[in-house]
Design a protein. Sequence first.
Length: 363
Amino acid sequence: MKDEPRRVEVALGERRYLIVIGRGLLDDRELLRDCVSADEVMAVSNETVGPLYLERLESAFAARRFASACLPDGEHEKRLESMLPVFDTMLVNGLSRDCQVIALGGGVIGDLAGFVAATYQRGVDFVQVPTTLLAMVDSSVGGKTGVNHPRGKNMIGAFHQPRAVIADLAVLDTLPDRELRAGMAEVIKYALLGDRDFLDWLEAHIDAAMARDPAAMAFIIERCCRNKAAIVAADERESGERALLNLGHTFGHAIEGARGYGDWLHGEAIAAGMCMAARMSARLGWISAAQRDRAITLVERAGLPIRAPDDIGPARFREFMARDKKNRNGELRLVLLRNLGDATVTADYDPRALEATLEAVGH
Ligand code: NAD
Ligand code: MG
């Protein structure tokens, strides 16, 4: 028997939308046509994902005006220049302000296609069809869209909420293991920052999840989407609570920056970053050594790095951490653990705990 899709609402008043999660959704034409209501459709994908799944959209929308663009693969393509051929295709095909954009891909395509939708003719609707675990649990939900600038990641963008998110679990079958693990870092993040019950569940089911057990994956994606939806509904523009989603990210971004983006995957850097946040929280006495080790063990069991590369010294860490968007008045704000499943954003900590945590990298 086919399982009914799971549905999670993102409660944003008139802009509320549904995240639909299930296996085989891309073969469900009725669902696709319900979620994408426009007569004119522009699908954006990349050269890896497009050949695998674009045809499903093409056939579902055969009766409508349908255009598509497949960009080269890679984070490097998440830049303004890559948007131009997408706009060209839309204009050449005569797509009007009533068209809808579909983002078919991981976070790179979701962020870029979302920003295309935010800006084409001053804004058109879009639907996210995330194809990585990371995109399903994180980037496709919440309305942050944008591209990178040579001087910084995600420096150009807009808040633009999708009309729907369609997460077809079957597409994860082709996702490389390393990308699955990287997505699992963000999954663990939700548990550590605010969902203690989910943390218990993950500890019991992490092996099933890493083996891509369908029931485990469905549960994980729904649970993470519920967590993200609640945070986004409470703080759409990140004036408060949404910053908790940066657990592990201040340390992690420093690892990515110091390494040169692309060497470590984002999720790998965030995994090591969360372990650093746990170690620092333990140094502060906010969590016990046993709790710290619980967090680190879970990260390790997901096949993720638990230590930053040992050639990044404290000075280099500080250089990159100083650029963090959360900082106010020169104070370094960090997401730290007051307990497992209870994170806080604060600049109110003993700086010696940070120093010791940075010093300990490489030892
Ligand atoms: P990605 O989009 O680069 O995808 C990772 C790799 O997997 C790519 O090579 C892609 O082609 C391939 N791939 C995707 N789906 C596949 C599938 N089903 N089968 C086979 N291969 C597949 O990376 P990502 O990790 O999904 O996203 C990272 C991006 O997301 C970053 O740019 C990051 O800034 C952004 N992000 C945005 C938000 C947000 O709130 N908007 C949140 C987190 C991350
Ligand atoms: Mg992240």
